[in-house]
Design a binder for this molecule. Structure first.
Ligand code: CP
Ligand code: NVA
Length: 328
């Protein structure tokens, strides 16, 4: 994988994804043992952010530092304003050994990768969030006591966005049973669904789209994401109306019939009134919690902070795999 970019899981085979997960588990164990081999010493990394972030930025920074790399955070560059994407990519490629991008358009990260001459990693676009899905798969491997190919995974909520898309791809690649439980208007694109169903014929997975809450029966994992993603802030009224019946609450957890069901969420999450947005939604719409109840978020079924920690280990694996010959 040395020299490759990581723009979408579509570009990675099931074997390559498994190799990244295995590497992530290995570097996680190393770190827990206090081993820091510094395999990225003298590498420079730049993190380009158009959108806000806690986990992704901090995971790239700490993963880089753990491995001896030097990291630049860049959120006010000339890119797109006074300098084209192509020129920016060519300049950054002269300075840096790897480039992370978080922003709006998938085309941006693809153009950067085309022109940079060094690996480019997608830290989230409107369309995909592939590094998050690696962390999610590692977390499921750790917490669900069956092979990934036997796991019944239900994504609940806004299924046509970056998380819904990338989870569907990740589950299809791993041969998992993926269900998107959402109102029809928020189903993923037919083109992507067809592509993933074709892939499932090879991997043994399945993709189901439904509005029926009974689809959670037998689930091993319930996953949700915010109802309104970054860049869509004008859509609260519409999404609240559409998605309130799909909140992950105790009744939905019980409906799975699985006492060991796990709850995952990429975070950040609106499960209480301790955020500015949460308070403003409460004042305008009277909701105290949105996509997940505070009860479920804090319940023993919830593994969201293990999942957040796994961003670090999986991102470290992506950087090592694409900047060194560790997997070649
Ligand atoms: N899950 C995730 O990408 O978190 P941040 O937005 O904080 O990076
Ligand atoms: N769908 C969310 C994911 C945040 C990690 C967003 O794009 O805002």
């Amino acid at each position: 994988m040395k020299g490759r970019s990581f723009l979408t899981l579509l570009d990675y085979s099931p074997e390559e994804i498994r190799a990244l997960l295995n590497l992530a588990a290995r570097v996680k164990a190393e770190k827990k043992r206090g081993e820091f081999p510094e395999r990225l010493k003298h590498k420079n990394i730049v993190l380009l952010f158009e959108k806000t972030s806690t986990r992704t930025r901090c995971a790239f920074e700490t993963a880089g530092y753990d491995e001896g790399a030097r990291v630049t955070f860049l959120s006010n560059s000339q890119m797109g304003k006074k300098e084209s994407l192509e020129d920016t990519a060519k300049v950054l490629g002269r300075f840096y050994d790897g480039i992370e991008f978080r922003g709006f358009r998938q085309e941006t990260v693809e153009l950067l990768a085309k022109h940079a001459g060094v690996p480019v990693w997608n830290g989230l676009t409107d369309l995909y969030h592939p590094t998050q899905v690696l962390a999610d798969l590692l977390t499921i491997r750790e917490h669900v006591k069956k092979p990934l190919s036997d796991v019944r995974f239900v994504f609940v909520g806004d299924a046509r966005n970056n998380m819904g898309n990338s989870l569907m791809i990740g589950c299809a690649k791993m041969g998992m049973q993926f269900t998107a439980l959402a109102p029809k208007s928020l189903f993923p694109s037919e083109a992507l669904v067809e592509k993933m169903r074709a892939l499932c014929k090879e991997t043994g997975g399945s993709v189901t789209l439904t509005e029926d809450l009974d689809a959670v029966c037998g689930a091993d994992v319930l996953y949700t994401d915010v109802w309104v993603s970054m860049g869509e802030e004008s859509r609260y009224a519409e999404r609240i109306a559409l998605l309130t019946p799909y909140r992950v609450d105790r009744a939905m957890l019980e409906r799975t019939g699985n006492p060991d069901v796990k709850f995952l969420h990429c975070l950040p999450s609106f499960h209480d009134l301790c955020t500015e947005v949460g308070k403003s939604v409460f004042e305008t719409y009277g909701l105290r919690e949105m996509e997940v109840s505070d009860e479920v978020f804090r319940s023993p079924a919830s593994v969201v902070f293990d999942e957040a920690e796994n961003r670090l280990h999986t991102i470290k694996a992506v950087m090592l795999a694409t900047m060194t010959d560790i997997l070649d």
